[in-house]
Design a protein around this ligand. Sequence first.
Ligand SMILES: NC(=O)c1ccc[n+]([C@@H]2O[C@H](COP(=O)([O-])OP(=O)(O)OC[C@H]3O[C@@H](n4cnc5c(N)ncnc54)[C@H](OP(=O)(O)O)[C@@H]3O)[C@@H](O)[C@H]2O)c1
Length: 279
Amino acid sequence: MAKLDEKIGFIGGGNMAYAIGAGLISRGIVKAIQVLVSGPHIENLQRWRDHGVTEVSEDNYVVLEKSDIIFIAVKPHILEPCAAQLRNNHISSARDKDKLFVSVLAGVNLKSLEESFSFIQGLKMIRTMPNTSMQVGEGCTVYTPGSYVKQQDLEKVHLMLNSLGVAQQVPETMIDGISGLSGCGPAFVYTIIEALADGAVKQGVPRQMALQFASQMLLGAVKTVIITGKHPAVLRDEVCSPGGATICGVYELEKGNLRSTLMTAVEKASQRAAELGKK
Ligand SMILES: NC(=O)c1ccc[n+]([C@@H]2O[C@H](COP(=O)([O-])OP(=O)(O)OC[C@H]3O[C@@H](n4cnc5c(N)ncnc54)[C@H](OP(=O)(O)O)[C@@H]3O)[C@@H](O)[C@H]2O)c1
């Protein structure tokens, strides 16, 4: 797999940043010495050190100064104070236009991102929506580049994000809708796994085994959808023999409005993501 020589910085070293940073190091896309991270509480960045990252700082400006590609990975409401602090410290230089910024913030559109970082001349900003499954190399990320981003920048970012799962460029109007699906979706699926396992535990199956089988079953079903390319409804019909056990279970799912509940969960989460990005 191709490697990058650039220094990769993370402003905010929480769960999403760590999924990307640790993932990139584990996959060999970058070495730990190429990675920098900052956050307000150095003690919360220990896992980065454990992963071999030595440039760990409480000063976001260090990351801004020393990195070529900078992930902005703070919560949406922290964007403004964080950008203000960087703006106050910043001394413009010719190197500014070479830096590439990548936002992972839910709901914050390119216009707002570009306004917040307008102190960088010729700002190259890419808005993304990743997910935490990147930590195991099975993430999904969509991204939209701002106007100053060049093709070679996009290729680098695509290489990084796609090495941790699947990455795709989309029009910005699609990002909030995807946020509620793949950005938030892992939490929906963890809930489903737990509930499925509980169904077996209720009948006397040991919890650990129930969780293992619920997860493995899900993995098998997901791989079947991806590898066969068949529509899930076709695959479901193949499992449901007439008068059999599975169709009885499916009937209960229908009575419990599982499908409309999941559709609404995605929609509500997307709406909330869009709301979070509003100033
Ligand atoms: N988690 C997901 O599944 C997911 C998916 C897609 C997108 N996102 C996006 O990713 C971003 C981060 O979310 P997260 O889940 O990773 O949250 P998180 O785990 O709470 O991480 C946020 C990080 O920002 C740090 N921080 C707070 N104030 C800061 C400042 N002024 N400067 C620099 N760092 C600061 C926090 O440090 P301390 O802990 O030391 O305060 C924390 O490490 C959000 O914008 C979210 O919308 C998250």
